[in-house]
Write a protein of this length. Sequence first.
Lengths: 165, 249
Amino acid sequence: MTSTLTKAQILDWLQAVKDPEIPTISLVDLGVVRGVDINEASGAVSVHLTPTFAGCPAMDYMKRDVERTLREHGIEQVHVDISLREAWSSDMISDAGREALRQHKLSPPPVLGNVVFDLDFLEYAECPNCHGHNTELRTPFGATLCRAVHYCYDCRQLFEQFKPV
Amino acid sequence: MDPKLDLLYRLADDQLILGHRNSEWNGLGPILEEDIAFSSMAQDKLGHSLQLYGLLHALGEAEPDTVAFTRNAPQFHSCQLVELPIGEYDFSLTRHFLFDHAELLRFEALATSSYEPLAQVARKLRGELKYHALHANTWIKRLGTATDEAIERMQVALNFTLPYALGIFEKTEAEDEIISSGLFIGEDELQSRWLTSITKVLGQTALTLPDFTTVTPVLGGRHGQHTEHLQPLLDEMAEVFRLDPTADW
């Protein structure tokens, strides 16, 4: 391993690791990758992941994909840990990640910032098809834990949203 | 029992047992969306129990799978509310409403627990629990303002479920220490917040909350006393695990 290995390089490689159920978004842009540490002496790389939802069944796949990808780039010692030290929030999805969700026809969650996250907030979504806001939450539970189902009154289609949390 | 263990077992066991009950709606929901909703909440709750059993494991208790699948009913600290069979949808919905309002408020309070690992888990879970409360509110308001039959059935379910729901707040011998050490605000405070919360939603319906002075809480679950429904649930849940406890899944 050369001494030029940087966190930026690792994060760039990890852009290739996508969410197993949303193939357009990387774990980095989803905010699931929370940190990278490089041990200068041994060349070992530690990657810290956090789940979007506590019961997410895809975490083991994500861990395996991160390990495999870094090994393919010649890193022999890869350590991936998963914790809730820094609880995931949908605000951790990057701008590029929001665009990647739209490409997959998933409405990105609204940015919460410092607003009070009350129950009314969960009902808002932008339609990923026509970008209309005349929408209604049909059910907060969709095909996966992280998705809700909304209906758009403008283009009259059901659509899925990545839930704000 | 150590106050941390005492509190964590109650939290984790509630999640595991209600998670299992919710999963029993898989394939049986009155409409497809409800089938998916109860199945999703089941998955959430099993995930929540796993996080909490993980905290117990870090404190020296056995592995999460061992704790979940090898104990018998008297070793469970869940309230009796969560072990009751799913019954009709009116009961399951009412249980979900009464339980998840308490759960959301509980984890909001635990987000500032003096026990930092628990506070971290709580900060994660409270966001997810908002969806459970939202789901319950939607249906309680819809059915609680619908036809006479719907209102009548929801009222009967509420009257039946309330004594069990009060058992959520059953205290243990560790209660004083749990409060004084800043682990948790305590069950009395939680119950008072819960009452405010459910009253607000029920006030938007034709349903009436029974007078608490006429209701006897169903207690015992926190001390290992359970109905005849818990052991069969555990036997079914652990059936595959017990075939080969050492199997690597």
